[in-house]
Design a protein around this ligand. Structure first.
Ligand SMILES: [Zn+2]
Length: 423
């Protein structure tokens, strides 16, 4: 590294990421001249960077189909098969593994039951075996895999890669997941909170400027929000930003583990709604099963949603009340962060949404505590299904290829170019 003030190496890496981003955002293809216009880089720089990207197999450059006379220009497109990333989402009920290509398209997925952690080493061996299985079924050369992203319920420590003591993962205490999984797979590993991983993937797939400041509501076994401000994900000091579960929304509600009454994460939790459905006679105790068992809760929640969809007024009431309680918490989030959009996702969201969404949006818009003057947009996640698993895989692409001047964690676009060029 040179001792001068300007780090020319880092600047070159940034250019690689900027050019790749411009090509990635134009699936129909762009010429070098168009890339220069899009990026405001010189023609010489663009040519140099493009040559490196083509050599690394990340970009394809081919003559456009001939039209009329004259030599057709060469068109640059992303080589979707040029690199891959694996995403692992640790949900309290299931672990989802997703393999995505360079364009972000899901190629393979596998689901397994989430083990309780008695033997951390065994869990990591199982996860590594699943990653192997994913690459094998996808027919993917390991040398083309940029890394593994892991999304887990918080709190966690992304720096050390330790899953701390998530309330939703009993038995998972201080699991040193990142280092262990890195050793077991031989691949770089990143770890992120599930809702934050979802935000990273929403930003990755959104058109530039389309989604700038939004909160992602992750409705699963746990209640979490991820945050993007001005087009960047908001992580905070320990990368645990967005824990909104303890916002009180029901003064007469049950006492939460934190000591407050009626916390949104507790009163709107799927297991709480299932228990209420039993009390209200919508479900039998037999249908509800064991509300401490996440898989049984998932099944019972599905039955409750079926009743709500069929118009059972008691089931509709349960979802409507929960939706209004979620709305109260969202008003706090919107006022605090001044976001313009709420994006919904997570494994249970699609079941509560048909009945709950209208009540939720109405409750937010008419809440007298809503101070911001702008219109709030409500939308579904752009990643259909497996939001957090795909988000986890996207972390790797984002970390490798997003043009950001700050220090990156896995490496840089230039590293990936160098690595792929060498293989
Ligand atoms: Zn609480």
């Amino acid at each position: 590294m040179s001792g001068t003030g300007v780090n020319l190496g880092a600047l070159a890496e940034f250019n690689v990421a900027v050019v790749l981003e411009a090509i990635r955002r134009h699936p129909q293809g762009v010429t070098r001249i168009e890339v220069a216009t899009l990026t405001a880089l010189s023609g010489m720089t663009v040519s140099n960077v493009c040559r490196r990207l083509v050599d690394a197999g990340l970009v394809i450059e081919e003559p456009a189909p001939a039209r009329g006379r004259g030599k057709p220009p060469k068109i640059l497109t992303l080589n979707r098969d040029g690199g891959f990333a694996v995403g692992v989402h640790i949900d309290p009920a299931v672990i989802t593994y997703a393999l995505i290509d360079l364009s972000g398209q899901v190629r393979e997925r596998i689901r397994t039951a989430t083990p309780t952690v008695q033997d951390g080493a065994k869990v990591v061996r199982e996860m590594a075996a699943m990653v192997d299985a994913l690459l094998l079924t996808g027919g993917i050369d390991r040398a083309k895999v940029l890394g593994v992203g892991v999304a887990a319920p918080g709190p966690l420590d992304p720096e050390t890669g330790v899953v701390l003591n998530p309330p939703m993962l009993p038995g998972w205490h201080r699991v040193e997941l990142r280092t262990a999984l890195q050793l077991a797979t031989g691949l770089p590993v990143l770890i992120e909170k599930d809702a934050t991983a979802a935000v990273v993937s929403e930003l990755w797939v959104s058109e530039p400027g389309e989604r700038r400041s939004f909160a992602f509501l992750y409705y699963g076994t746990g209640f979490a929000t991820g945050i993007a401000i001005d087009g960047s994900v908001l992580r905070g000091v320990s990368s645990n930003a967005g824990d909104t579960a303890h916002i009180p929304v029901d003064p007469d509600g049950p006492t939460c583990g934190c000591g407050r009454r009626g916390c949104v994460g507790l009163v709107t939790a799927p297991r709480t709604l299932v228990a209420r459905a039993v009390r209200d006679g919508v479900l039998t105790a037999g249908q509800a099963g064991d509300t401490a068992d996440v898989l049984q809760v998932g099944a019972a929640f599905g039955l409750l949603a079926d009743e709500a969809d069929a118009g059972d007024t008691r089931a509709v009431e349960i979802f409507t009340v929960a939706a209004r309680q979620i709305a109260q918490a969202l008003v706090v989030v919107i006022d605090l962060l001044d976001v313009g959009e709420i994006v919904f996702g997570g494994p249970f969201w699609s079941r509560i949404a048909p009945v709950g969404l209208a009540a939720l949006t109405e409750a937010v818009r008419t809440d007298r505590g809503l101070v911001v003057p702008h219109e709030i947009r409500f939308s579904e996640s752009l990643i259909p299904g497996d939001t957090a698993a795909v988000g986890a895989a996207t972390l790797v692409l984002d970390d490798s290829f997003s043009p950001r001047p700050e220090a990156l964690r896995i490496g840089t676009a230039g590293d990936a170019v160098a690595r792929f060029s060498a293989t």
